[in-house]
Write a protein that binds this ligand. Structure first.
Ligand SMILES: [Zn+2]
Length: 273
């Protein structure tokens, strides 16, 4: 957290607009699915805050290629097509940079956490959804990890596609199918199956990108400490001829907010939305 206070001293503020909770300046409130309502809440939270030179924003939704707003957000439909970056800049009175929460998590883990010193690495969040971002040669690339297709999977994903990995691993989809929250499921066979599917996705990721280290975070991964060991075993049984280390994310739930605070300080060309 030292980096965050240093950045605050320079007048950089981080905002984390998650699918359920928004966090900034030590405050948190439920993310408002109504776009105008969310802007009002953020404006209220900024009142009386420190002087602002720049604002970084982590958003739990796919960001448009130009970084100006949300491209697609099943949970935040009212945000689609809005000028989120410019609207927040007007409210904050400072330039704003937006990125997907996995890009922010990756940036935080790379600069301050489990991925320090790595050149080919990724950040994976196993939470309500299953998302990832990849770092290759100083480029932070947002990818659709949860929507890769697994052979033989006939399940329909919330995204509308058939066969997505996330139909097995996404917290929201687990809850819909099992009619229980993931935290309430203790059956080892269930989690073994989740681990196997995650491992398939990670082997694909290693083969497609040659990332060598993946930091794994997100609510489900944090809650089930043994899940990472299960995933490691399945990766080891599958992957040939490439190294792939899986490490726990070091910054836990703070990673997107810390990454948001770091966003304005990096070259914009480093982010591939
Ligand atoms: Zn999908």
């Amino acid at each position: 957290m030292r980096g965050v206070s240093e950045d605050r001293a320079r007048g950089v503020i981080g905002i984390d607009i998650g699918g359920t909770t928004t966090r900034l300046l030590g405050q948190s409130f439920p993310t408002d699915p109504d776009y105008a309502g969310e802007l009002r809440s953020i404006a209220g939270a900024l009142v009386g805050g420190p002087a602002r030179e720049a604002v970084g924003v982590s958003v739990g939704a796919r960001v448009r290629a130009d970084g100006g707003g949300v491209a697609e957000a099943p949970n935040l439909r009212d945000y689609q097509g809005r000028a989120l970056r410019d609207d927040l800049a007007r409210i904050a009175g400072a330039p704003v940079r937006l990125a997907h929460d996995t890009v922010c998590g990756l940036l935080a883990e790379w600069r301050q956490g489990a991925l320090r010193g790595q050149a080919r690495c990724a950040y994976l969040t196993v939470s309500t959804g299953t998302g990832a971002a990849v770092l290759l040669r100083d480029r932070l690339v947002s990818i659709e990890f949860g929507h890769q297709i697994l052979d033989g999977n006939a399940r329909i994903c919330l995204c509308g596609q058939v066969g997505c990995l996330e139909t097995y691993t996404g917290g929201r989809q687990i809850e819909i199918r099992a009619k229980r929250a993931p935290e309430a499921i203790s059956d080892p066979a269930f989690w073994e199956a989740v681990a196997e599917k995650l491992a398939l996705g990670l082997v694909n990721l290693a083969q497609l990108t040659r990332v060598e280290v993946v930091a794994v975070g997100g609510g489900i991964a944090l809650h089930r400490g043994e899940l990472l060991d299960r995933v490691r075993a399945h990766v080891a049984a599958r992957l040939r001829n490439l190294p792939l280390a899986l490490v726990p994310a070091a910054l836990s739930a703070d990673a997107p907010l810390i990454g948001a605070t770091l966003l304005p300080g990096i070259d914009e060309a480093m982010i591939v939305h």
